[in-house]
Structure formats: structure tokens, C-alpha cells
Ligand binder design. Structure first.
Ligand SMILES: CC(C)(COP(=O)(O)OP(=O)(O)OC[C@H]1O[C@@H](n2cnc3c(N)ncnc32)[C@H](O)[C@@H]1OP(=O)(O)O)[C@@H](O)C(=O)NCCC(=O)NCCS
Length: 443
């Protein structure tokens, strides 16, 4: 099937079909009407068949409230100053103790303060978009939500969005409908900056994803992952056999591969922009963004966030680029290990993608990704994670990634568009037939 035919087919499927296997026994799935908050927002309902692409609601700047809504008694709105180490530390503390956990509460994301510096002070960042809630008496930070401005392309349309991230509420304040208040406040602050569309991802199902990707995991340190309860022992296998299965060569194999440097920024920008043209849902990288996202300097050596590499051929041309970032998880349930160090595949691009030869692309990506795994292992990562976006279905299986339970839904606020391919088929398996949609990697 051509991409056009596939897109056409996707449009005709309804959400429940697209999510076959993704929402087991209807977990998370509700009617749009039972989403008391989301049903009031400019987002499409689950059942809505989308014919036309574009903003859902035109916002009249004169109607935007100038002040935040009233906060609950005993609490108050604050704008966090992340240039102040103390305030950055407070956000770090809140998220370290209260951010995303897995269903069994065995692991919790643990971002470093360098990570927040990287993620929240991206080019064009606005202090106003770092929103906190404090307890009035104790001054304790109890909730947070943030956004950064990002221009994206959805099919042929360019859209200015605020990319929302790090929504977090203290565990003691959960279930009190504070999340909608935070979401409305970040929306108001976005509108005030003439940004009327939003972009966000979540593991939970809300009305209505524009696409859904699946997480895949590749063991680098199998024994540790087994000890912390992340990787199960396959029936009939042994530790020795599992360790052997995931063993990697000691050195990388791609000729000309080296860490990315400042002098590579323009070449990487050009390669990445041309490569992302192949997808329907992508960020429009600027030069400043390439520099920020791929060459960020950590505050301390043990807080390095991003690893980026280029391949330079003998004529000095940059032919390939790949990157991954670090996100540790606290191991809540094990005494032997405190953290799992996960590398997350970030953006990559290769000249091989322009030849329209999928076999050649597959071969090249497998070479590059095998090197990425080796480099990550050498940098002491325990596991390498990737979603089914970009051209990832071409190498996941060959590089011994295993499918995870997790899925990631992509959402647009105040914008409707027909479903986009997320690299998984109706059985929720990674599939190269379903590539070409999602090309946005969110942190
Ligand atoms: C996500 C979190 C902020 C929700 O807070 P909560 O106290 O459980 O929820 P509240 O009672 O305040 O609000 C519930 C509403 O928020 C919505 N909501 C919950 N999580 C959401 C999310 N991640 N994105 C958008 N909306 C969300 C719910 O769907 C519900 O609206 P509905 O009735 O229209 O469906 C909180 O559980 C948390 O901090 N979790 C850990 C961090 C996390 O998972 N962050 C989100 C990362 S995507």
C-alpha cells in the first residue's frame, strides 16, 4: 500500500480499532462525555471523524483573562525562576518524589537538575511558562506545569505550539481536580503569547490522540535489569544465556563516527531538516535549537544529558547523525540498586534515507543504532529505550529491542487533524508499513 492509501485507511478506522491491543480490556477508555474537564476543552471527541485539518476554536485576544483563576484556599500561583538554583532545586525535588511511576510503583522517573535546565530553557523559553503552586503558609512547592514554544509541521501546515511537559501534583493533592486548573492556567499563559495551539504526550488515554507509539527496550546490562525486576527471566533461559544474548562488541564499527561538535551545527541542521521532511508530524528545527538540544553542557560531569554523534566521510561531509539522552529512574523497590540509567533514542538522520531504497536505509540504520547501543553501554547505561516513531521499526527487532507495556499518545490542543501513523499496526506490533507519521521525540 502507498502512504496515501495507508493514511486514507487510517482515517476510516475509528479510534478503538487503531488502539486494538493498546487499551487492554478498555483500560483508561471512557466516553468523551465522562471526561468532565476535557469535554469542555477544544479537543476532538473520541468518536469525531475528522474531515478537515486546522484550529478548532478561534481565540479572540480580548477575551483572554489577564489574571490567573482563583487558586484553592491555602495555595497560591507562582512563576518559578529556574535561573535561580534554589527554585530549580525545588522543581527537581517535587518531580523526583512525585513524577511518573510505572503501574506497579517499582520505578519513578528521576530527572537531574541539568535535565530541567536543558528541557525548560530551550530557545525561546519564557519564564512565565514555568508555573508552580505553593502552599501559602509553608511555601512548599506542591504542583508544577511547564511549556516551551515549538514550531511544528502537521502534514503540510506549520503550527506554533506550546509544548507542555512536566505536569506534576504532589501525591497528597491528587484527585482534587487540580490538574485541570493547571492546564487552564498554562493555556491562558500560552494564549497571552499568541500561541493558540498546544502539543503534549501522555501514557493515559484522553480525547483524542493524533497518534500512538509503543515503547521498546533494549537491555544493555541485562543482569542488573533482572535484579531490579525490570526484565523477567524467559522460561528455560539462564542469566548466562541472557547476558550473552545482549552482549555487544567493545568498539563501534561505523567509519568516521565521532562526537558532534560546534562546527557540525549547520551540517546537522541541514541533514535533520531534510530527513524530517519525510514525516508528517515533526518539529521545525532552527540552528539555535540544534545547538541547544544536541550540544547542551551539563552543570556537573555526572549530570550529562545528551550524547550526539555525527559520521563524517573522507571528504569531510556529514552523512549521518544520531543522539540519545539520559533519563534515570529511581528503583523504589530494590535495595541492591538505587537507579536504572536509561538512554532514550532522540533524533537521528542519514543521507541514506534520500535514496528511496528501504533496504539500504535499513542496513544503514542498523549499523548506526548498533553503534549507538555500544556507545550507550560504554557510557554505563543499563537499558536503551526507543519508540516506534521515525524509521525505528526498521531496526528494533534486529537490534534486540523488546516491546514494552508502555504506549505514548500524542495530543494536539485546539487543533484537529486526521490520525497520523505511529509505527505500530493494529496488533500493536512495530511495523515498517506504518512509518511516516510521527517524527517528534518528546522528553
Ligand atoms: C497527572 C496528574 C497531575 C493528575 O493529577 P490528579 O490529581 O490525578 O488529577 P485531577 O483530579 O487533578 O484531574 C483529573 C483530570 O485531569 C486529567 N488528566 C490526568 N492526567 C492527565 C495528563 N497526564 N494530561 C492531561 N490531562 C490529565 C484527567 O483526565 C481528568 O480530566 P477528565 O475528568 O476530563 O478526564 C498526577 O497524577 C501526577 O502528578 N502524576 C505523576 C506525574 C504524571 O504522570 N504527569 C503526567 C505526565 S504526562
Amino acid at each position: 500500500m502507498s502512504k496515501e492509501q495507508l493514511n486514507d485507511m487510517l482515517k476510516r478506522l475509528d479510534l478503538s480499532e487503531i488502539l486494538t491491543g493498546l487499551a487492554p480490556q478498555g483500560k483508561n477508555k471512557k466516553d468523551t462525555g465522562s471526561h468532565k474537564f476535557w469535554m469542555t476543552q477544544p479537543v476532538p471527541g473520541y468518536e469525531e471523524k475528522i474531515q478537515e485539518e486546522g484550529p478548532i476554536k478561534v481565540i479572540d485576544p480580548n477575551t483572554i483573562e489577564k489574571e490567573p483563576s482563583q487558586m484553592y484556599p491555602g495555595f497560591e500561583w507562582v512563576t518559578m525562576n529556574l535561573e535561580d538554583e534554589k527554585e530549580l532545586e525545588e522543581v527537581y525535588d517535587l518531580l523526583s518524589n512525585h513524577y511518573v511511576e510505572d503501574d506497579e510503583a517499582m520505578f519513578r522517573f528521576h530527572y537531574s537538575s541539568s535535565f530541567f535546565d536543558w528541557a525548560l530553557r530551550a530557545p525561546g523559553w519564557r519564564k512565565d511558562w514555568h508555573v508552580g503552586v505553593r502552599a501559602t503558609t509553608s511555601r512548599k512547592l506542591v504542583a508544577f506545569i511547564s511549556a516551551i514554544p515549538v514550531e511544528i509541521r502537521v502534514r503540510q501546515n506549520l503550527v506554533n505550539t506550546s509544548e507542555i511537559n512536566f505536569l506534576c501534583i504532589h501525591k497528597k493533592l491528587r484527585g482534587k481536580r487540580l490538574a485541570p486548573v493547571l492546564i487552564k492556567e498554562i493555556t491562558r499563559r500560552s494564549y497571552l503569547e499568541n500561541t493558540f495551539q498546544g502539543l503534549y504526550t501522555a501514557g493515559v488515554l484522553l480525547p483524542k490522540p493524533v497518534s500512538t507509539c509503543r515503547y521498546f527496550h533494549r537491555s544493555l546490562n541485562w543482569e542488573k535489569l533482572y535484579e531490579v525486576g525490570f526484565s523477567p527471566m524467559p522460561p528455560g533461559s539462564t542469566v548466562t544465556r541472557q547476558v550473552a544474548k545482549y552482549r555487544l562488541p567493545s568498539k563501534t564499527s561505523t567509519a568516521g563516527a565521532r562526537p558532534m561538535e560546534t562546527k557540525d551545527i549547520d551540517a546537522v541542521l541541514s541533514l535533520l531538516r531534510r530527513y524530517l521532511d519525510k514525516f508528517d508530524f515533526v518539529p521545525m528545527f532552527t540552528r539555535d535549537e540544534v545547538e541547544h538540544w544536541f550540544l547542551h553542557k551539563p552543570k556537573a560531569d555526572d549530570e550529562r544529558v545528551i550524547w550526539a554523534y555525527v559520521v563524517e566521510d573522507t571528504s569531510g561531509k556529514i552523512t549521518d547523525f544520531f543522539s540519545f539522552y539520559c533519563l534515570e529512574s529511581t528503583v523504589i523497590a530494590s535495595s541492591k540498586h538505587k537507579v536504572v540509567r536509561a538512554a532514550y533514542l532522540y533524533y537521528y538522520a542519514t543521507e541514506t534515507a534520500f535514496g528511496n531504497d528501504q533496504d539500504a536505509l535499513k542496513t544503514r540504520l542498523n549499523e548506526l543504532m548498533n553503534d549507538a547501543l555500544i556507545l550507550a553501554r560504554n557510557a554505563k547505561f543499563d537499558v536503551f529505550n526507543a519508540l516506534t516513531l521515525l524509521h525505528n521499526p526498521l531496526f528494533l527487532e534486529q537490534q534486540k529491542f523488546g516491546p514494552g507495556d508502555g504506549q505514548l499518545h500524542y495530543y494536539l490542543f485546539n487543533y484537529r487533524t486526521a490520525p497520523l501513523l505511529g509505527g505500530v499496526d493494529a496488533q500493536n506490533s512495530a511495523s515498517d508499513k506504518f512509518m511516516g507519521g510521527v517524527g517528534i521525540v518528546m522528553l
